[in-house]
Design a protein around this ligand. Structure first.
Ligand SMILES: O=C(O)CCC(=O)C(=O)O
Length: 297
C-alpha cells in the first residue's frame, strides 16, 4: 500500500509540512472531514454486534485486554481489538487515509496496528462517572522503544463539549515526566482539575484543548501527549474508536517494575514470540501493517 493508492480527495487532505511541524510542536492534530458516513454507520452496527458477543472475523480469544459485553451500569464500556472481531470495525481501522496521515505525522514509512479500542461512554449526571483521568498512552507501553507512536481518536457521532470529549494538554509530549507529573497523571485519578492546578502552581505553560469533532473527522495525538476526558452529561451515548499505532521503528524492549519484575502489557501477551523469546511487535495477527510505502510509494 502506498500514497499512490489513495483517492484524489484523500491525497488532498494529507497534512502539509506546516501541519506536520505544528503536530510535532503541539502533540495533536485534527483532520478535516474524511471518513464517509456509511463507514461510520457500519462500524456502529459492528460495535453493537460485539456488545451482543457476535463476531464475524476469525479472531482467537482475546484474553487480557478489555472486551465488555453490553452493560449501561458500567458507564464506560471498552472493547479492545474490536477490529479483530468485526469486519465493519476492521474496515474503519484499515482505511488507508487514516494510517497515511499517521505516517506523515510520525514521519515514518510504515504504520502497524498496536491495538484498537471501541469505547462507549453512557450518559451520566454524576460528573465523577465516565471520567478518563489524565494519562499518556506511552505510560502504559513501557516496553515500546519508540516515542513516535501515535493514536487516532475517531468519534462515531458528533462529539460536543458536554459529551465528555477527549481533551489534550498541548505541548505536554515534550515534558519530562518528573515524579510530581507522574502522580497527577495516573489514569485512575478522577479529579481532572488536580493536574491543571499543579501546572498552574508550577508555572507551566499549557493549553487544554477539547477534541470537539464532527462525525467524519478524527484527531491524532502523540503517545506522550497527556489526555483525558470528563463525564458525558448529554442523553446520548458517546461512542468512539481509538486506534493505537506503531511507527516503523518501534520494537519491544524488556521493561521491569520497581521490584524488578518483568512488565508484559496486555496486547503483547497475545502476540507470537520473536527469536529471543520476546513479544514480536511485527506479529501480523495482532500488529498488522496498516500502511507501507515499501511497495513503490
Ligand atoms: O476517549 C477518551 O475519552 C479517552 C481515550 C483514551 O484515553 C485513549 O484511548 O487512550
Amino acid at each position: 500500500m502506498s500514497f499512490q493508492r489513495l483517492k484524489d480527495y484523500e491525497r488532498a487532505v494529507l497534512p502539509s509540512q506546516d501541519e506536520i511541524s505544528a503536530y510535532e510542536q503541539k502533540g495533536w492534530y485534527v483532520s478535516p472531514m474524511i471518513i464517509p458516513d456509511e463507514l461510520i454507520e457500519s462500524a456502529k452496527k459492528g460495535a453493537y454486534a460485539i456488545y451482543r458477543g457476535e463476531k464475524n472475523r476469525d479472531c482467537p480469544p482475546i484474553e487480557g485486554p478489555a472486551n465488555d459485553t453490553f452493560d449501561e451500569t458500567k458507564v464506560l464500556m471498552n472493547n479492545e481489538y474490536a477490529c479483530m472481531q468485526r469486519s465493519e470495525i476492521w474496515d474503519l481501522v484499515s482505511m488507508p487515509v487514516i494510517s497515511a496521515i499517521a505516517a506523515r505525522l510520525a514521519r515514518t514509512h510504515e504504520i502497524r496496528l498496536f491495538a484498537d479500542a471501541l469505547m462507549c461512554k453512557f450518559p451520566s449526571k454524576n460528573v465523577k462517572e465516565g471520567v478518563f483521568g489524565w494519562h499518556t498512552d506511552k505510560a502504559y507501553w513501557p516496553s515500546c522503544s519508540s516515542n513516535d507512536m501515535l493514536t487516532a481518536w475517531i468519534p462515531l457521532q458528533d462529539v460536543t463539549i458536554d459529551m465528555g470529549p477527549m481533551h489534550v494538554i498541548e505541548n505536554s509530549q515534550n515534558w519530562e515526566m518528573d515524579e510530581a507529573l507522574k502522580s497527577y497523571c495516573a489514569a485512575g485519578i478522577k479529579d481532572l482539575t488536580a493536574l491543571e492546578m499543579h501546572l498552574k502552581q508550577t508555572n507551566r505553560e499549557y493549553r487544554n484543548v477539547p477534541m470537539t469533532l464532527k462525525k467524519g473527522q478524527l484527531s491524532f495525538h502523540n503517545a506522550n501527549t497527556f489526555h483525558g476526558s470528563s463525564a458525558n452529561t448529554t442523553s446520548i451515548p458517546r461512542m468512539t474508536l481509538t486506534i493505537h499505532m506503531q511507527d516503523a521503528s518501534n520494537v519491544h524492549v524488556p521493561a521491569f517494575n520497581k521490584n524488578g519484575d518483568r512488565i508484559l502489557i496486555g496486547y503483547e501477551r497475545l502476540a507470537k514470540k520473536d527469536d529471543l523469546g520476546n513479544p514480536d511487535y511485527r506479529d501480523p495477527a495482532w500488529f498488522p501493517v496498516l500502511w507501507s510505502e515499501a511497495n513503490g510509494g
